[in-house]
Design a protein around this ligand. Structure first.
Ligand code: EPZ
Length: 433
């Protein structure tokens, strides 16, 4: 952990001195890289370690800023986090002395809210800084709080903090007013130790929700229906330790497949689960890519300059993922025609557009639609990242732009892409940090 903390401090230090990525575009990507563990699967599972006093061993945890932040939050409560010689992480929360997620950490990662359900379920108390909005939207947590109250928690908002207390959570039927990934996950974690049965409806069906249910069931929870419209949870008295390997990151894999497509390359991504990526792969095929699916890998090849425009409309799973919207906006920007990209999940997830237009894209945003006119080429430029996936799209644009692109504020990137410049360099990109 010392090395992680040192690395963490260094990377925070970098945030202050604004590390940048320099990309010289024009290289075709080719070769094979391995997909890392999914950030959005790992974060709720790390929060769920609070639910048991026994040790949990994680394999394939990605080395990302958001994971380090979750380590800091658990560590600040008294969790012990160690690394074994196999680079597996072993987490014990048997000696928690504090049940609070401080604003200094929550403000850097909204997903910190995921410790709320576990803390209240296990200790009957949680004090979590209310996550502010972020670049892509206000991102309230009302679904989380209202559902927790229905399970019997008393929720108070004091000085920018959520204070939740409950003697014992009691299972009940909960119909979410809107589909929320972390909302579904938070309440699932709260319900596993509640008294009696909880039925959740209008839930998120993302693969990461299913992964969390599998993880909790491996600890002795009784959850059925994750991934469907209705999740049934029968409360148990306590949960045991477990060993679990983090599933592959479908958004990381999708991002590298788009990188292969826009550079007219030929790339294989291994350690992926293709069935979870059908919505992404279908759109890539429509854009003219050739896709071969192996047992645990996906190969994409594309003839340079032959991208066909594809209309995109984001939606909760199994719809097209909002986390791939910015990447496909770049793909469309280089296609031979016009397309419309509609963002239905977040209210302000086009922050990348003005930066892309500075590189020569021709994109017009009106409300939740981005009207994209394909252009033949882009020009490198100094650009600034604003949120995780927007920064990925700026890197993608830089890979195929003429000349040099400097991407600033890449701490956004380090939150969700493990060693991105190493993986891209390995595929032949000219990219340095
Ligand atoms: C998760 O965020 C992901 N993060 C996001 O990935 C992803 O973009 C998002 O789901 C949608 O797929 C993690 O899993 C850690 P939501 P989450 O609650 O759970 C509204 C990335 O790039 N809403 O499903 O915060 C909300 O404003 C990140 O890895 C409420 O109104 O998203 C949004 O418009 C970015 N009230 C919509 O629902 C609530 O209480 C969907 O949000 C909760 C959400």
């Amino acid at each position: 952990i010392a090395c992680f903390k040192l690395e963490y401090k260094i990377s925070i230090g970098n945030e202050l001195n604004m590390e940048k990525l320099r990309i010289v575009g024009g290289n075709k990507l080719s070769g094979s890289i391995s997909c890392s563990g999914a950030k959005n699967a790992a974060l709720p599972m790390l929060a769920a370690t609070i639910l048991t006093d026994q040790k949990i061993t994680f394999k394939n945890l990605p080395y990302l800023q958001d994971i380090t932040t979750m380590f800091e939050i658990l560590g600040s409560m008294g969790a012990e986090i160690t690394l074994n010689e196999g680079m597996d992480f072993i987490i014990s929360t048997s000696k928690l002395h504090d049940f609070e997620a401080r604003y200094e950490l929550v403000k850097t990662m909204r997903a910190s809210i995921l410790v709320l359900g576990s803390l209240v379920a296990r200790y009957g108390f949680a004090r979590i800084a209310l996550p502010g909005g972020c670049a892509i939207g206000t991102r309230p947590v009302d679904f989380h709080l209202d559902a927790l109250a229905k399970l019997g928690a008393k929720i108070e908002l004091k000085n920018g903090y959520i204070e939740a207390t409950a003697k014992k959570l009691i299972g009940c039927d909960i119909n979410f007013p809107g589909v929320s990934v972390t909302g579904t996950e938070n309440i699932m974690m709260a319900a596993v130790l509640a008294k009696g049965q909880t039925i959740l409806r209008n839930v998120a069906k993302e693969p990461e929700v299913e992964d969390l249910a599998n993880f909790l069931n491996s600890m002795g929870a009784k959850i059925k229906g994750a991934g469907s419209d209705e999740i049934i949870i029968d409360g148990v008295d306590n949960l045991n330790g477990t060993k679990f390997s983090i599933p592959a990151d479908r958004i990381e894999a999708g991002t590298y497949l788009v990188a292969a497509a826009i550079t007219g390359g030929n790339v294989t991504i291994s350690n992926v689960q293709a069935p979870r990526m059908n919505n992404i792969l279908d759109k890539l095929k429509l854009s003219g890519a050739t896709i071969n699916i192996g047992k645990d890998n996906i190969q994409l090849s594309m003839k340079k300059g032959s991208i066909l425009p594809v209309d995109i409309s984001t939606a909760p799973f199994p719809g097209f993922p909002t986390d791939m919207q910015a990447q496909f906006t770049v793909l469309n920007a280089l296609s031979k025609g016009s397309s419309v990209v509609t963002e239905n999940v977040f209210e302000n997830r086009f922050m990348h557009v003005q930066e892309l237009n500075r590189m020569g894209c021709d994109i017009t945003v009106k409300g939740s639609n981005a009207f994209v006119k394909g252009v033949g080429s882009l020009n490198g430029a100094p650009v600034m990242a604003t949120d995780l996936r927007a920064s990925a799209s700026l890197i993608l644009a830089g890979l195929c732009a003429n000349g040099e692109t400097i991407v600033d504020r890449i701490y956004h990137i380090d939150r969700g892409y493990e060693r991105i410049e190493e993986k891209l360099s390995y595929l032949g990109a000219d990219i340095t940090r």
